[in-house]
Design a protein around this ligand. Structure first.
Ligand code: FAD
Ligand code: UDP
Length: 373
């Protein structure tokens, strides 16, 4: 006899887990399947040498939504970490996001007025009125010099295309501030869960049946038959057998190393903005937990180099490529999704959107409210 569930949740990332958590609380039975060997999707963390390692890239939780902050705080206590990455370009170090410290380092200016004047002059020289792409948007926000040093190379390698061929919204994720404030985010709430992210997903999935190493497409028919409805958080184009052709994604490769030294780079995140350096960021995980400040004196450290990569079959799909061409293609898949009565598509891959964690929770809670009420 087949076991029967109210929901089959495909993918144990933040979207799937948030939905499952709400469904379980509402008394529904959930089967969560995950093709990887662990739960958590891209927010998975695991301890190495007493340090929580962000296995799939640095994850800093940030939101201005009080409800979402309260929701996530049910599952972990967050520390006071504030992201303040540095950018390294040809032996020069700059503060990020773009703020008075960055402008001072670049031009020697001290006041917001002086910085604004230089940016205006550089914008004028480049002849940009209404920015049409990422390059034009970046120059109009921070001028030519900083675009050349901190954006052009990094963005070119991150997305595998020149900035002139990328949508402007990508760069709008970064604040530009005329104050001496190195906080990467403008949000009211920010932090890293003490003890890592995996515990959050574990707690969210309490009460669900979880099957790891289970790919939906290997047993599609049998799995679909086991539940009334399906919450699908994998790639939407794969679900529809790529019938309109594949959507484009960017992938990443991570290289993690344990080092026998206490402090490698003095900061959690250092960006390498030169095009010629093949990685974009180096993460030193212990700094997310203030391990060099609170006297724990761990003699080891763990670092991860993040290499952007063209997505090829078998690679992970980390970033949807939300340009016009791919968004139009997604719209066609979305029309198929709208006709599905048994399946709900969610998350970064199911909705093909460059979502941060707080966006994913927001979407999953809305989806659960609609579905479960
Ligand atoms: P995922 O985490 O991708 O989960 C989907 C799950 O479905 C995966 O576990 C996958 O294995 C599984 N799956 C897929 N197909 C199948 C299948 N066929 N069968 C079974 N299982 C399947 N957000 C922030 O807020 N702050 C940050 O600092 C931040 N940093 C980031 C850094 C990087 C490098 C990346 C890539 C993302 C970052 N994000 C950050 C975004 C964050 O990772 C996402 O918002 C969030 O993890 C998305 O959750 P999800 O459930 O939609 O997708
Ligand atoms: N970016 C850049 N230089 C940097 C940091 C970011 O050009 O030093 C650009 C790049 O195009 C990147 C985008 O800004 O994709 C958004 O940056 P964010 O740190 O939000 O990227 P994510 O963490 O999502 O990879």
């Amino acid at each position: 006899m087949k076991k029967f569930f109210d929901y089959l949740v495909v993918g144990s990332g933040l979207f799937g887990a948030t939905f499952a958590n709400q469904a379980i609380k509402a008394g529904r039975k959930c089967l969560v399947i995950e093709k990887r060997a662990h739960i958590g999707g891209n927010i998975y963390t695991k301890p190495i040498e007493g340090i929580q390692v962000h296995q799939y890239g640095a994850h800093i939780f940030h939101t201005s939504n009080e409800q979402i902050w309260a929701y996530i705080n049910q599952f972990a206590t967050f520390n006071r970490y504030t992201n303040s990455p540095m950018a390294f370009y040809k032996d020069e170090l700059y503060n990020l996001p773009f703020n008075m410290n960055t402008f001072h380092k670049m031009w020697g200016v001290r006041t917001p007025g002086e910085a604004r004047q230089i940016i205006e002059e550089q914008k004028k020289v480049s002849g940009i009125n209404e920015p049409q792409n990422l390059e034009e948007q970046a120059i109009s926000l921070i001028g030519i010099d900083l675009y050349e040093k901190l954006i052009k190379g990094y963005t070119g390698k991150q997305w595998g295309r020149p900035c002139t061929e990328l949508p402007a919204f990508i760069i709008n994720r970064l604040p530009v501030r005329f104050t001496y404030d190195n906080n990467y985010f403008n949000d009211t709430y920010q932090g890293i869960p003490i003890g890592g992210y995996t515990q959050i997903i574990e707690k969210m999935l309490e009460g669900a049946e979880v099957r790891l190493n289970t790919d939906f497409f290997q047993q599609r028919k049998e799995l679909m038959a086991m539940a009334d409805k399906v919450i699908y958080t994998g790639m939407i184009d794969e679900y529809f057998d790529y019938c309109y052709g594949p959507l484009e994604y960017r992938s990443l490769h991570f290289e993690t190393e344990v080092l026998n030294r206490e402090n490698y780079q003095g900061n959690a995140v250092i960006n390498y903005t030169e095009y010629e350096v093949p990685y974009t960021r180096v993460i030193e995980h212990k700094h997310f937990e203030f391990q060099c400040q609170n006297g724990t004196n761990n003699p080891k450290t763990v670092i991860t180099r993040e290499y952007p990569a063209t997505w090829t079959k078998g690679d992970e799909h980390y970033y949807p490529m939300n340009d016009e061409k791919n968004n139009n293609l997604y719209t066609r898949y979305k029309a198929l999704d709208d006709k599905e009565t048994k399946v709900i598509f969610g998350g970064r891959l199911g909705m093909y959107r460059y979502f941060d964690m707080h966006n994913v929770i927001d979407e999953a809670l809305k989806c659960a409210e609609k579905e479960l009420s």
